[in-house]
Design a protein around this ligand. Structure first.
Ligand code: FAD
Length: 399
């Protein structure tokens, strides 16, 4: 594809030099000149009033997707346990489908998991596509992607959402490749464009410093992953839905991997995404011993312990306890941030908490901008005092 300037038409107005995001345009002898940095993005063409910048590229035609309908959610289950993120996504799917006047469907894959279909309907699914097979008992990328390809080819969903869990993050890119669609990972907001009716997928970009909204005009389904804890659950207890059983053509021979053994990590903590109270620490906590102080406060409150990326990188908390853009998203009733500056990447994972208390010795720390209550002080004074007071209050209540 080539792009060039018809010099006779160019009036040297400089609109193109200002519009070029790559600094590739300049004015030479009163005429626009395209330099080596040009990526043919077309920004200059859009602003050129005299139509002096031209290309031989054919305009991309948006295919007719009117036969793609419905908002689908991957109903992720592990050993028959439905993952909460799936019902959260059904909540969002209900909102999106309502705008489009589409139906909501859940895709339930596994072995002897049909009991979960009722729950999916009670959380918003009009239809559950149930695919049961022995080969699908444990999650395997190729097997699940194969099933999705069959379903998407047959039923043509408009939107397909998956949780940004270990499984979802593995499966979604494979499915998007198999069905020839795009994928936006780790979305924090999803909505429908009011005029075009396409899915607007918002996620942090450039290290979390900007929020980018991504739309997919040229392929279907429009695919996105969303982290657990980001979307709200919308129960629909009275709903009546249907279950469509899909018989997969998949055979064991088509799958290149075998599961020999499943080794589970011993679980030392509760589930962070479902915690009602979280005590979190950052660099200000100083070391593992400092985290023991936070542990006492957490124990007094019946809270879960978490931290910033610094706390994880220093080895004070496991990776699974890191809150933020590259960690877990949480929305507890109470989030107590101790020695945390409140960088945007950390806030991205906790700012939907109902009530935020920040303890920081720097009165200008950004965490105070999102805190409901701020305690300016040294956490090594404040946290033990808080713990003592809470323990005393608890003692009074118990007496
Ligand atoms: C792409 C990308 C992704 C990222 N993802 C994440 C993420 O998921 N989660 C995350 O947390 N970060 C993430 N980060 C890192 C983030 O930018 C910050 O560097 C990090 O959150 C800072 O952690 P902190 O608040 O513990 O440390 P600092 O920013 O160093 O803050 C320490 C705070 O402790 C206070 N303090 C010090 N001593 C005391 C004391 N005795 N008492 C009270 N207060 C005290 C200080 O005043 C300061 O405000 C990411 C960064 C990038 C570029």
């Amino acid at each position: 594809m080539a792009i060039w300037v018809e010099v006779d038409l160019c009036d040297g107005c400089r609109r193109c030099t200002r519009a070029c995001p790559y600094d590739a345009m300049e004015i030479r002898e009163g005429k626009a000149y395209i330099g080596e940095r040009c990526t043919s993005c077309g920004a200059c063409m859009e602003v050129c009033r005299s139509k002096a910048i031209v290309t031989d590229a054919q305009p991309r035609i948006i295919p007719d997707f009117s036969n793609y309908t419905g908002a689908w959610v991957f109903a992720e289950q592990r050993r028959g346990q439905l993952q909460r993120v799936s019902v959260e996504l059904l909540g969002k799917a209900q909102e999106l489908a309502k705008v489009l006047n589409h139906k909501v469907s859940a895709v339930l894959i596994g072995h002897e998991v049909s009991d979960l279909a009722k729950t999916l309907i009670q959380f918003g699914a009009d239809t559950v596509y149930l695919v049961e097979h022995e080969t699908l008992k444990e999650y395997r990328t190729e097997a699940y992607a194969h099933v999705f390809k069959e379903l998407v080819t047959e039923h043509k969903p408009n939107i397909l959402l998956m949780g940004a869990t270990h499984i979802g993050r593995d499966l979604a890119p494979r499915v998007s490749r198999c069905v020839g669609s795009g994928l936006t990972a780790d979305c924090t907001e999803l909505s429908i464009h009011p005029e075009e009716g396409i899915l607007l997928q918002t996620r942090p970009a450039f290290g979390g410093n900007v929020m980018a909204t991504i739309a997919n005009r040229f392929s279907r389904p429009q695919m996105a992953t969303v982290r657990p804890g980001v979307m709200e659950v919308i129960p629909t207890p009275e709903k009546e839905g249907s279950v469509i059983t899909h018989v997969t053509q998949l055979t064991e021979e088509q799958i290149g991997t075998r599961i020999l053994e499943i080794v589970k990590e011993p679980k030392t903590h509760g589930n962070l995404t479902e915690a009602k109270i979280i005590v979190a620490g950052g660099r200000g906590v100083n070391d593992a011993a400092g985290f023991e102080l936070l542990g006492s406060l957490a124990a007094a409150l019946g809270a879960e312990l978490a931290g910033t990326r610094v706390a994880f990188e220093e080895g004070w908390i496991p990776a699974s306890r890191q809150v933020g853009q590259t960690g877990v998203t949480v929305r507890p009733d109470l989030y107590i941030a101790c020695g945390i500056s409140g960088a945007i990447q950390h806030r991205a994972g906790m700012m939907d908490s109902k009530f935020i208390v920040a303890i920081n010795k720097d009165p200008y720390a950004p965490i105070f901008k999102v805190a409901d209550w701020g305690i300016v002080g040294d956490l090594f004074d404040v946290v033990p005092e808080l713990t003592k007071q809470l323990q005393a209050a608890c003692q009074i209540m118990c007496d």
